[in-house]
Write a protein that binds this ligand. Structure first.
Ligand SMILES: [Zn+2]
Length: 226
């Protein structure tokens, strides 16, 4: 089994503009209180997390409404590390999905499709991970809208990536968010190192916190290797 999630602390790369993303406090200590307990506060979209449809769609499903059968499924891994290394603005084209299908067969219904860009190697260096230019625009690879249209047609359950956003960093319109969440898919962002995953054959277990009304939720993601 692989754990594809990052441990949560206040030291993880934040979305530009977020001033505070996480805080944990010790409320009880064993020596003083007889037991140890903390309280914490965090953004829904920080660290490894799930975007629920409601994140971009008014009336869309919130975190606790995603049915469990959609949170488990075969992992489809689209490896674009070479292309992403030479082009930080790489956008997954539709042809990369059909090329995967030529090799491994049709993307199965209920699959969870992960984009492996190699960006996890930059974590937790926020400067390298966000890769912002002088104007503040981020540069990291992501899904392209045409590729996502095919995945929606295939009735996948979700998409995910090892970067901050399923849209490429330079995107200001978030077309992939609008398309995927608009079609009822969920998204996984800031996934940890995906290098040990085969392109096909692994099985994913996605375990977001069951936040009532959540636009998303911190999430644990496990892969069962074939
Ligand atoms: Zn998010």
């Amino acid at each position: 089994m692989l754990d594809l999630s990052y441990a949560v602390s206040d030291a993880l790369p934040q979305w530009p503009g977020d001033v505070k993303s996480y805080e944990a406090r010790t409320d009880c200590e064993i020596e003083r209180d007889g037991f140890f307990a903390r309280s914490f506060w965090m953004l829904e979209h920080y660290g490894t997390h799930l975007d629920a449809p409601a994140h971009f769609v008014a009336g869309g499903a919130t975190a606790e409404q995603i049915p469990p059968e959609r949170l488990v499924g075969p992992a489809v891994v689209l490896d674009v590390q070479d292309a992403a290394t030479s082009n930080s603005d790489y956008e997954l084209p539709a042809g990369r999905v059909t090329a995967w299908e030529t090799q491994h067969g049709r993307v199965p219904r209920g699959a969870i499709v992960l984009l492996r860009t190699g960006w996890a190697a930059r974590w937790p260096d926020a400067t390298r991970y966000r890769n912002q230019d002088a104007a503040g625009t981020m540069h990291f690879p992501g899904f392209g809208p045409d590729a996502v249209r095919i995945l929606i047609e295939r009735e996948v359950s979700g998409i995910g990536c090892d970067t901050m956003s399923v849209d490429p960093g330079r995107s200001h319109e978030y077309p992939v968010h609008r398309l995927a969440l608009g079609a009822g898919l969920y998204q996984l962002e800031n996934l940890a190192d995906l290098s040990a995953l085969p392109e096909s054959g692994a099985f994913l277990v996605v375990a977001p916190l069951k936040l009532e009304g959540g636009s998303g939720a911190p999430c644990r993601v496990f892969a069962l290797l074939p």
